[in-house]
Design a protein around this ligand. Structure first.
Ligand SMILES: [Fe+2]
Length: 222
């Protein structure tokens, strides 16, 4: 499995962030400032100044949740969460098809994530589309507080917002395991073994599986 959607932030926390995001006079900047040359041609949105107090608060809250969540940790084998940005897209704004740069000054981009912050009925459009191979795409438009994680190597876009304001926090994960198919294999082994543990309790056979899982992570780490 190369995609994970997950409930990351409790609703009361998202509501408090929504209120702060609706304040006037926040330092919104042209989103093209943080895009590569190719991506800047198709990027039309605004991002909160990453040094603004609210940016730092949202980034902190989401980084902490991602690095402490057992499912996210197993899925992404997170070494660090970095380069978070709070983005706002209003009517007519979108982000065309692009691939994320492999590195930022803060780390390698192995996984990308989008944490949705707006109520789904407060805006129209604004779906995150991700190419899954060939002509196939997956569409994500999630409730507030939910996150989608996906390989940074994929082509993806945000469809035009038709009305309202779409607030999200995007960012990247540097993983201990670089390749998406290796991470996917390890995630399945870990999930399967944990499932067996929950259903049948510990056993000598499970010790062997967990030992092999741990050593496979060790072997595939970079
Ligand atoms: Fe992107």
């Amino acid at each position: 499995m190369e995609f994970l959607t997950h409930s990351l932030l409790p609703l009361h926390e998202v509501c408090a962030l929504q209120q702060r995001l609706s304040a006037p006079n926040l330092p919104w900047r042209d989103g093209r400032l943080t895009a590569g040359d190719q991506a800047a041609l198709v990027k039309k949105n605004y991002q909160l100044d990453p040094n603004a107090e609210l940016s730092l608060a949202i980034s902190n809250c989401i980084s902490t949740a991602l690095t402490s969540d057992p499912l996210v940790k197993s899925f992404s084998l997170v070494r660090k969460v970095h380069s978070l940005l709070v983005s706002r897209s209003s009517a007519g704004e979108s982000y065309g098809w692009h691939v994320d740069n492999p590195f930022s000054r803060n780390g390698r981009r192995d996984l990308s994530f989008t944490c949705f912050l707006s109520d789904e009925d407060s805006y129209e459009g604004g779906s995150l589309m991700i190419q899954t191979g060939g002509e196939d795409t997956k569409e994500f438009r999630l409730p507030p507080g939910q996150v989608v994680l996906y390989p940074s190597s994929t082509l993806h876009c945000v469809t035009p917002v038709l009305s309202g304001d779409r607030y999200v926090c995007v960012g990247w994960i540097e993983s201990y395991v670089k390749a998406a198919d290796d991470r996917s294999m390890l995630f399945n082994i870990d999930a399967g073994a944990r499932g067996l543990l929950a259903r049948h309790g510990r056993s000598d056979e499970l010790d062997l599986i967990f030992q092999s899982y741990t050593n496979a992570v060790r072997r595939l780490s970079s």
